[in-house]
Design a protein around this ligand. Structure first.
Ligand SMILES: NC(=O)c1ccc[n+]([C@@H]2O[C@H](COP(=O)([O-])OP(=O)(O)OC[C@H]3O[C@@H](n4cnc5c(N)ncnc54)[C@H](O)[C@@H]3O)[C@@H](O)[C@H]2O)c1
Ligand SMILES: O=c1ccn([C@@H]2O[C@H](COP(=O)(O)OP(=O)(O)O[C@H]3O[C@H](CO)[C@@H](O)[C@H](O)[C@H]3O)[C@@H](O)[C@H]2O)c(=O)[nH]1
Length: 441
């Protein structure tokens, strides 16, 4: 099939590349000329494990192309994906100007039947708005379908190629037939395509993200209770996770959820609720708990240093909002670093992939190290902010010899409490009892 993907950011590039991988011809459109030129020249614009190989292969075999010209991008295609940003406005609402702007443009260019697919995360009712925006200028036949994307950064290729489920919101039989054919190669593992109406599909995406964010905030509150009551959140997590009704996944406490989706989508659902005169009380608390959790580690650091961080040097391992990505959107590490700088401390950071993105935010206000060990030289303490695999089994003797004092604040619970204490570290983590970590009151 010939497919157009409008918006070649995270979702657009993964979608375009993975659709080309199963033999489709995909033209990706983006207004960012620099990005398009880079991609055309074979330079991938995001770090995502496994994507580069697929990208290079499909570009070389001419199944994948890039343009800034929407008219050129739409030529001969049957299916048009919109993978455009839906950033939060001041009030938390999802800003639809990109999606509706492109829909308006598409309406002026359409000449024959196409399926326009919302892959962006959009509020309920957007498919109708997209339909209206196109119909203003085109009175031929077309369908607008809601097909939310559930991929996770860091494992995006696998999530796209072998999805748990594909949700398709449409009542058009023609669209159902074409999309069943398109997604055939991806659902052969037995995972279903779930057809529903457009509004339910749009809400499904927000419900999924809000539910997962709720799970995380809930566990962060349980961790807070553990710290006050002398219990161990790892034990509690295992204890509840083995109940199939609860499940083992997404029960890891830490320094709060970040990324381009959970924070914005939780707020957008709260806003949508307000619009229909409903107070989505749980979700306000989910956001509040997350904000608190992001600076919880800083409170522990302040307590340890008797509230005097001026002149202290901190090493930060991990900047990305999660491992295996260079994405730093809403990364908790950024808030921790800002709080340390405001208190007069200095920071040296290391991340395997995200340094260039963080440089654009902090410039020369922080230092960056080439290796995880260079980073900790002479630091008063090490802070772990992202659980990259290379941080899990480090050379502890080397850490002991490089740090000024053997002090570690671990926001991701990557190390074993007993092992750390035996090695002589002052080690504080999240929700785990330890000799060093006094009850947090
Ligand atoms: N990032 C994720 O993991 C993820 C997962 C599922 C869903 N989503 C949702 O998918 C949507 C896209 O997210 P993203 O992370 O890929 O965003 P992104 O910011 O990485 O990419 C968006 C792209 O759209 C381009 N763009 C903006 N206006 C355009 C226009 N008029 N014409 C063509 N291109 C234009 C931008 O230049 C950019 O390259 C959002 O609604 C997001 O909530 C994201
Ligand atoms: O037990 C957990 C799991 C995750 N996180 C944090 O939660 C955030 C989000 O993690 P994750 O969901 O793995 O990453 P995303 O790539 O943001 O993916 C989410 O957001 C996407 C965009 O909407 C959806 O498509 C995905 O299904 C959804 O998982 C990160 O900061 C994680 O550190 C925790 O703190 N504890």
């Amino acid at each position: 099939m010939k497919i157009t993907v409008v918006g070649t950011g995270y979702v657009g590039l993964v979608t375009g590349t993975c659709l080309a991988e199963t033999g489709n011809h995909v033209c990706c459109v983006d207004i960012d000329e620099r990005k398009v030129n880079k991609l055309r020249n074979g330079q991938i614009t995001i770090y995502e494990p496994g994507l580069e190989k697929l990208f290079e292969r499909n570009l070389k075999e001419e199944r994948l192309s890039f343009t800034t010209d929407l008219k050129e991008g739409l030529e001969d295609s049957e299916i048009v994906f919109l993978a455009l940003p839906t950033p939060p406005g001041e009030d938390g609402s999802a800003d639809l100007k990109y999606v509706l702007g492109v829909a308006d443009h598409i309406g002026k260019l359409l000449k024959d039947y196409k399926i326009i697919i919302d892959k962006s995360t959009v509020p309920v009712g957007t498919a109708e708005k997209v339909h209206a925006a196109i119909a203003k200028n085109y009175n031929g036949e077309f369908d607008v379908v809601s097909n939310p994307e559930f991929l996770r950064e860091g494992v995006a290729v696998e999530d796209f190629m072998k999805p748990d489920r594909i949700v398709i919101g449409t009542t058009s039989e023609r669209a159902k037939v074409l999309l069943t054919e398109l997604y055939g190669p991806y659902v052969r593992q037995g995972n279903p395509i779930i057809f529903m109406d457009e509004r339910s599909a749009e809400l499904t995406k927000y419900a999924a993200n809000a539910f997962l964010a709720t799970k995380i905030s809930f566990m962060n509150e349980i961790a807070q209770m553990c710290e006050r009551l002398g219990a161990d959140v790892d034990m509690v997590r295992k204890g509840i996770g083995s109940d199939e009704r609860i499940g083992k996944r997404f029960l890891f406490p830490g320094i709060g959820y970040g990324g381009s989706c959970f924070p914005k989508d939780v707020k957008a659902l709260v806003y949508s609720a307000k619009e229909v005169a409903y107070d989505f009380a749980i979700l306000d608390a989910v956001t509040e708990v997350n904000e608190r959790q992001k600076i919880h580690l800083v409170s522990k650091i302040r307590r340890y240093f008797n509230n005097d961080l001026a002149g202290k040097k901190f090493a930060v391992w991990g900047l990305a909002f999660k491992p295996n990505t260079d994405d730093i959107r809403e990364a908790p590490s950024l808030e921790i670093i800002s709080a340390l700088l405001e208190s007069g401390a200095s920071v040296c950071a290391f991340d395997p992939e995200a340094v260039n993105n963080v440089k654009q935010i902090f410039g020369d206000r922080i230092n960056f190290a080439e290796t995880q060990y260079d980073c900790i030289e002479n630091a008063d303490a090490l802070i772990v902010a992202t659980e990259w695999n290379e941080f899990r089994t480090p050379d502890f003797d080397k850490i002991l010899s490089l740090l000024k004092d053997p002090v570690i604040f671990d926001g991701r619970n990557v190390f074993d409490v007993q092992v750390m204490e035996k090695k002589g570290f002052h080690y504080e983590s999240i929700g785990r009892s330890s000799v060093n970590q006094p009850k947090f009151v």
